[in-house]
Design a protein around this ligand. Structure first.
Ligand SMILES: Nc1nc2c(ncn2[C@@H]2O[C@H](COP(=O)(O)OP(=O)(O)OP(=O)(O)O)[C@@H](O)[C@H]2O)c(=O)[nH]1
Length: 365
C-alpha cells in the first residue's frame, strides 16, 4: 500500500537539491572569478606580460560565459558540462601560474582559491578527487629534478611550504564543505517534511484539500493537454453523527482513521484519496471515465462494508457511504466537477443514502 505522502510525491513537486545549490554557487564563483581575471589581465598588460594577459583574458571571458549558462533556464542541460569544464579551466590557470610564477613569483598564491572552489562546484567526493589530482600534478611540476617542468625559479623551502599550505587549505575546505553539506541536507529534509505535512490531514494522514488540489490541478493539465479522462467522486459517511452521539467523539475519530486506512489500501495505485471535510472524502481517478468510476467506487464500497471498525469484542461499527461522481472534461473543469459531485451526493442522501449517484444519471432523472 502506498502512503498518502508517496501518492502525493508522484510527479507533483521538484525538490531543491544539492546539485542546484552547487550550480548556484558555481555561478557566483564564475562571476567573481571573471571580474578578478579581467583586472589581472589589465595589470599584466600594463606590465607588458602579454602571454599572461592573453590567458587571463580568455579565462575571464570563459568564466563569464559559464556564469551566463549557469543562470540560463534554457541551457540547463549544459550546466553539468560547464561546471566541469570551468573547473578544468581553473586548474589549467593554476598550473600555468605555478609554471610561470605569474608576477614576481606571486602566481602560486592564487592556487589557494582552488580547493574551496572545486568543492563548491562538485561537492565533497568529486571535488576532493579533482583537488588530489591537481595536487599530484603540481607536485610533479614543482619537484621534478632540476626544475625542468618550471619556467619560474622557486626555492625548495618555498615549494615545500607551498604544498603544506595547500594541503592545510584543502583539509579545512573539506571539513567546511562536509559540515555545510550536512546542514544543507538536514535543512532540505526539514523543508520537504514541513511542505508535505502542510498537505496532509492530521487525523487520517490522507491528503488534505490543499494537497488534493495540487494533484487535481496536475491531473487536469493532462486532461487539457493530452485529452485523457479523469473522474472525481465525493464520499460522505452516512449518519456519522450517530457514531459520535452513541460512542463518543474519540471513537468517531477512530472510525474516520479506520475508513481512511482502508480506502488507502483498497484504491488503485493511480488513484488518490483525500479528506475533503469532516466525514467527507474526495477520490481522484485519473484515466477513468464515469462508467469505469462507478464500477470502481461500488467495488470499494463493497469491500468497505465487509471490513467494519471493531470497537470491542461485542461491538463493531459498519459505516455506509453516499457517493457523488462526475467526470472531468474540457467542458466540465475540476472545480465544476466537484460541485456537480456534491450535487449528486446530496441526491444520494435525499434518496435513501448508501448509494452511488453519477452526474449522467442525475441528468436523466
Ligand atoms: N469524531 C469526529 N466527528 C466529526 C469530525 N468531523 C466532523 N464530524 C462529525 O460528523 C458529523 C456530521 O454530521 P451531519 O453533517 O449531520 O451528517 P451525518 O450525521 O453523517 O448525516 P448524513 O450526512 O446526512 O448522512 C457531525 O456530528 C460532526 O461533529 C471529526 O474529525 N471527528
Amino acid at each position: 500500500m502506498k502512503s498518502a505522502l508517496e501518492r502525493f510525491n508522484e510527479g507533483t513537486e521538484r525538490h531543491l537539491t544539492g546539485v542546484n545549490h552547487q550550480r548556484y554557487l558555481a555561478g557566483i564563483y564564475c562571476v567573481i572569478g571573471s571580474f578578478l581575471c579581467l583586472i589581472f589581465c589589465i595589470n599584466a598588460l600594463i606590465d607588458s606580460k602579454f602571454y599572461l594577459a592573453a590567458v587571463l583574458f580568455v579565462v575571464s571571458i570563459f568564466l563569464f560565459i559559464s556564469y551566463l549558462i549557469f543562470h540560463s533556464k534554457t541551457h540547463f542541460y549544459l550546466h553539468d558540462t560547464v561546471r566541469h569544464i570551468t573547473l578544468l579551466g581553473l586548474f589549467f590557470l593554476g598550473g600555468y601560474l605555478i609554471y610561470t610564477g605569474g608576477v614576481n613569483n606571486s602566481g602560486p598564491l592564487w592556487v589557494f582559491i582552488i580547493p574551496p572552489v572545486a568543492l563548491a562546484f562538485c561537492g565533497l567526493k568529486i571535488g576532493m578527487l579533482y583537488n588530489v589530482t591537481f595536487l599530484i600534478v603540481i607536485c610533479i611540476f614543482l619537484f621534478y629534478p632540476d626544475d625542468v617542468l618550471l619556467a619560474a625559479d622557486y626555492t625548495y623551502e618555498f615549494k615545500t611550504r607551498f604544498i603544506y599550505s595547500f594541503l592545510t587549505t584543502l583539509a579545512l575546505s573539506s571539513f567546511y564543505e562536509a559540515a555545510r553539506y550536512k546542514s544543507f541536507s538536514q535543512l532540505n529534509k526539514l523543508t520537504e517534511k514541513y511542505k508535505l505535512e502542510s498537505k496532509l490531514d492530521d487525523l487520517t494522514g490522507l491528503l488534505n484539500r490543499r494537497g488534493m488540489w495540487k494533484k487535481l490541478n496536475s491531473e487536469y493539465d493532462l486532461v487539457t493537454s493530452s485529452g485523457s479522462t479523469m473522474t472525481v467522486a465525493l464520499w460522505d459517511i452516512d449518519h456519522f453523527k450517530n457514531v459520535n452521539d452513541i460512542h463518543g467523539h474519540g471513537v468517531g475519530d477512530d472510525v474516520l482513521k479506520h475508513v481512511s486506512d482502508l480506502a488507502n489500501k483498497i484504491i488503485r495505485s493511480q488513484d488518490s484519496v483525500s479528506r475533503w471535510g469532516g466525514e467527507e472524502f474526495l477520490l481522484l481517478m485519473p484515466e477513468t471515465n464515469e462508467a469505469e468510476a462507478i464500477d470502481q467506487v461500488k467495488y470499494v464500497c463493497s469491500l468497505m462494508a465487509k471490513r467494519p471498525f471493531i470497537l470491542d469484542k461485542n461491538t463493531s461499527i459498519t459505516v455506509t457511504f453516499s457517493v457523488g461522481i462526475c467526470e472531468v472534461s474540457l467542458d466540465i473543469d475540476t472545480e465544476r466537477a466537484i460541485m456537480l459531485s456534491d450535487k449528486c451526493l446530496y441526491h444520494a442522501k435525499r434518496t435513501g443514502r448508501n448509494k452511488v449517484v453519477a452526474f449522467s444519471e442525475l441528468n436523466e432523472d
